[in-house]
Design a protein around this ligand. Structure first.
Ligand code: HEC
Ligand code: HEC
Length: 206
């Protein structure tokens, strides 16, 4: 007998749960569609806006925070629409989690687009100064570094220059961030291009 009031209580609860889930789904789809306008493989703008598939949830969240805190200024100088898209997501914690989870579960896409550079000169520079943090799973875990080999060459080069001249920095700066920036600042433009040429020539094996 006591079950009846419980069951009647549960019906509206289940109904409202479905309603909430549906609304969240529609909002999520709309948000992802907005992201894909610039970030999809077919958007033809990956050299500035990389494909987000397979980036870790924490990395995605950290970058949205960096945009919101004005730590990544590259995009803002290009168009205010980019800034609006990023900062509005960053201010909505629930959507940020859902969108980040969505992208983290997709498979990474490896781009073969490179830059003009001498891959053989870039090899020792990359192996000495980048590989420890960016190539092995263990190194990435210890230094909290993202995978970079799948990104388009021009995007990688642009980000290295942004780290070097301070246009891209970090909301929560770590020792690894400082170490990377110090190393990148020691390279000439040619050496930076050589490193990227090496990464792209070996994108499937690094
Ligand atoms: C109007 C175009 C545009 C829209 C819309 C847009 N972005 Fe971006 N996004 C960019 C550009 C350009 C960059 C590269 C910025 C830079 O160079 O610092 C970027 C960078 C990023 C990065 C950093 C990637 C990395 O490898 O570090 C993340 C994460 C990101 N966007 C997530 C999103 C999400 C999630 C959405 C949807 C809510 C979104 N963006 C909507 C243009 C856009
Ligand atoms: C000590 C560890 C460390 C070293 C060494 C290092 N990095 Fe990084 N790198 C990081 C971390 C951590 C991040 C994440 C930055 C952030 O949180 O915004 C990063 C981010 C990047 C990004 C941005 C990726 C994206 O999706 O936008 C590029 C490109 C990059 N590194 C290239 C390099 C290159 C090239 C070298 C060698 C010259 C290098 N890094 C050396 C730790 C390192």
């Amino acid at each position: 007998m006591k079950l009846l009031p419980l069951i009647t209580l549960c019906i509206p609860l289940t109904l409202s749960f479905h309603l909430v889930a549906d609304t969240t789904n529609t909002t999520l789809k709309t948000q992802i569609q907005q992201c894909e306008n610039c970030h999809s493989e077919s958007a033809a703008s990956q050299s500035i806006a990389p494909v987000l598939n397979g980036m870790s949830e924490q990395y995605l969240k950290d970058q949205m925070e960096n945009f919101a805190q004005d730590k990544r200024r590259v995009a803002m100088e290009e168009t205010p629409a980019i800034n609006d898209a990023h900062t509005s997501l960053a201010s909505d914690e629930e959507s940020l989690s859902l969108v980040s989870e969505y992208y983290a579960e997709l498979e990474r896409r490896v781009s073969s687009v490179s830059v003009d550079g001498d891959a053989s000169s870039g090899e020792s520079l990359f192996e000495d100064d980048c590989a420890s943090c960016h190539t092995s799973t263990f190194g990435r875990y210890l230094s909290d570094s993202p995978e970079i080999t799948h990104l388009e060459g021009p995007y990688i080069l642009k980000q290295m220059k942004a780290f070097s001249d301070g246009q891209r920095s970090f909301t929560n700066e770590t020792k690894s961030h400082r170490k990377m920036v110090n190393r990148i600042q020691q390279y000439s433009d040619k050496e930076l291009a050589d490193i990227v040429a090496y990464i792209k020539a070996n994108a499937h094996t690094l």
